[in-house]
Write a new protein. Structure first.
Length: 480
C-alpha cells in the first residue's frame, strides 16, 4: 500500500521545531536576566546581614568586654645590694655587711683596705610589669550577675635582668553576685569570687610608685581562692575566704614551696568585717589562719643503729590579725594598715618559723615568728600629686624557743637576723591625660644582729647594727 505525505507537513513540522527552539532560548534568556537582576539584591541583602551581624558583635564586645592596661618603665639607682626580686625591681631590704676581712685581719695588713662588699651601687632601667587586662561584665541569668577578670603582665622570670621577659598570669577569676536578696533592702548584696585574686589582707595597697607596693611592710600576695562577701547592713559587710598557695608560698625544710599546704590538705582561711561610710571612709578588720605540714616524712633510728624513714604528720598553725583604714576628702587621702603576723612569709612579710622540738617518733614540733608590720601613706593633689609612705617592722622573735639555728625557715633566707626595719618614701607624680611621669626616693633601713643566736627568741642578738639603701626611681607610665 502506498502512503502519500503532503510536503507542507514537513514544512510545518520544521517551523514548529524552530519556534520551540526560539521559545526555549527566550526562556533561558529571561531566567538569566532575572537572575542577573536578582544578584545585586541578594548581594545587598547579604552585605546588610553581615553588617548587622558585625554591628551586633561590636556592640556585644563593647558592652561586656573592657580591655585595659599600661606600658610602664622604671629607671632605678640603688646605693647598696639588696634582697630583691623581679630583676632587682621588687625591693625588700638592704643586705647586711659582707666584709672582705675581719678587723683583726685588717690590723695585720694595714696596706689593705677593709671593705663592705655589699656597699656597691647599681643602676638599671627596663619595662617589666607592662600589663594587659580584660574586665568581663554585664552578663545575667535570672537574678544572678556574672563578671570576671583576666590580667597578666611581663616580668623577669627566674633568669634575672639578663633573661628574656616572660608573660605571666596575675589575676583570673569569676564573680557571681546577687542583689536585693531581702525584700525592701536594695543594699543587700552577696557575691562569690572563684579564681586567682589578691589575698584579702594584701588587697588594700599603699600609694607608692615602687613595684613592691610597700612589701615587706605590707602583705603582698595573689592566690587562688574562693571568697564570699555579704553586705549585712548599708554600712557593714562580712568577708570569708578559703585560699590556696601558688606563687606566694610558705618556707620550710625544702625551701619555699607549695608542698607544705598541699600535704596539709587544709586551705588557708580568712574572716573579715568591713565598715564603709560612703566612699570617704573604710575600716577593715580581719584574721588569717594558716595550717601547713612542713614534713610528711621523717627518720628514726632502729635498734641496729640504722636510719629508717617513717611517715609523720608535722603541722604548724598560725593566726594573723590585721586592720586597715582609708579616709579621703577632696584631693587628700590617707591609708593605714597594721598586721601582727605569725610566720607570714607566704605574704611577703619578714617572717618564718623554727623547730621547737624533735620527737623520738621522727616528728617535729614548730614555733612561728611574730612580727608587727605597720605603714601609712598620704597623697595630695590631682594632676600633680605628692605621695609620702612610711613603714615600720618589729621582729619579736619566735613564739617559743627553737632547738638550734639550723632549723629556722625564713622567706628569702635573709630575715633570721633582722630585728627591725623602717622605710621612708616620698614621691611626686605628674599626670597628663593617659601619661604619667613619677619620681620617687626610697630610704630603707634594716637592723641586723650577728653572733650567737638567742634560742629562746630565735634571734641573733649580738652586734646590732643598721644598714641603709638609698633608691631613686624615675617612672613613666602610659595607661590605655
Amino acid at each position: 500500500m502506498l502512503v502519500f505525505v503532503n510536503s507542507d507537513f514537513f514544512g510545518i513540522f520544521a517551523h514548529s521545531n524552530t519556534y520551540l527552539i526560539m521559545l526555549h532560548r527566550l526562556s533561558l534568556i529571561t531566567v538569566l536576566a532575572a537572575l542577573i537582576c536578582l544578584f545585586p539584591s541578594l548581594a545587598v541583602a547579604q552585605t546588610a546581614d553581615k553588617a548587622e551581624k558585625k554591628t551586633k558583635v561590636i556592640n556585644h564586645l563593647k558592652e561586656h568586654y573592657r580591655p585595659y592596661g599600661f606600658i610602664r618603665n622604671y629607671f632605678t639607682y640603688d646605693s647598696r645590694e639588696s634582697v630583691s626580686g623581679q630583676a632587682d625591681m621588687f625591693n625588700y631590704v638592704p643586705k647586711d655587711h659582707q666584709w672582705n676581712m675581719t678587723e683583726a685581719e685588717a690590723a695585720l695588713s694595714p696596706e689593705l683596705r677593709r671593705e663592705d662588699m655589699n656597699a656597691v651601687g647599681s643602676f638599671r632601667f627596663l619595662s617589666l610589669t607592662t600589663r594587659l587586662g580584660l574586665n568581663i561584665v554585664g552578663y545575667e541569668w535570672g537574678k544572678t550577675q556574672f563578671s570576671g577578670k583576666i590580667e597578666a603582665d611581663f616580668y623577669a622570670g627566674l633568669t634575672g635582668v639578663t633573661g628574656v621577659a616572660q608573660f605571666r598570669l596575675r589575676l583570673a577569676y569569676l564573680t557571681l553576685a546577687w542583689d536585693s536578696l531581702s525584700v525592701g533592702k536594695e543594699w543587700a548584696r552577696v557575691s562569690l569570687t572563684l579564681g586567682q585574686d589578691w589575698h584579702p589582707m594584701a588587697a588594700d595597697l599603699c600609694d607608692v610608685l615602687s613595684l613592691n607596693t610597700g612589701a615587706p611592710f605590707s602583705p603582698f600576695s595573689r592566690t587562688p581562692q574562693v571568697r564570699m562577701e555579704a553586705r549585712l547592713t548599708p554600712w557593714f559587710m562580712l568577708s570569708a575566704a578559703a585560699l590556696w598557695q601558688m606563687q606566694y608560698v610558705s618556707a620550710g625544710p625544702k625551701g619555699m614551696s607549695a608542698d607544705y599546704i598541699k600535704y596539709s590538705k587544709t586551705p588557708e582561711a580568712y574572716l573579715g568585717l568591713n565598715f564603709m561610710h560612703s566612699d570617704a571612709f573604710l575600716l577593715r578588720l580581719g584574721v588569717d589562719i594558716l595550717s601547713i605540714s612542713p614534713r610528711h616524712e621523717g627518720t628514726v633510728s632502729g635498734s641496729g643503729g640504722q636510719e629508717v624513714r617513717v611517715r609523720v604528720n608535722d603541722r604548724l598553725t598560725t593566726v594573723s590579725p590585721f586592720a586597715f583604714m582609708r579616709y579621703s576628702v577632696g584631693d587628700f587621702s590617707v591609708k593605714v594598715k597594721t598586721i601582727f603576723a605569725e610566720s607570714g612569709e607566704h605574704m611577703s612579710l619578714c617572717g618564718g618559723y623554727g623547730v621547737s622540738k624533735i620527737n623520738a617518733d621522727g616528728s617535729w614540733e614548730y614555733t612561728p615568728t611574730r612580727n608587727s608590720s605597720t605603714w601609712i601613706s598620704l597623697t595630695y593633689g590631682r594632676q600633680v600629686k605628692g605621695v609620702l609612705f612610711a613603714g615600720y617592722v618589729q621582729n619579736f622573735g619566735t613564739k617559743t624557743s627553737v632547738v638550734d639555728a639550723d632549723h629556722l625557715y625564713f622567706n628569702k633566707n635573709m630575715f633570721a637576723s633582722i630585728h627591725r626595719l623602717w622605710r621612708l618614701s616620698p614621691a611626686l607624680v605628674w599626670t597628663i591625660g593617659p601619661f604619667q611621669l613619677g619620681a620617687e626616693y626610697e630610704l630603707t633601713s634594716a637592723q641586723y644582729g650577728t653572733g650567737t643566736m638567742d634560742l629562746s627568741k630565735g634571734l641573733f642578738m649580738d652586734n646590732l647594727h643598721w644598714v641603709y639603701n638609698h633608691r631613686v626611681q624615675l617612672i613613666t607610665k602610659f595607661n590605655f
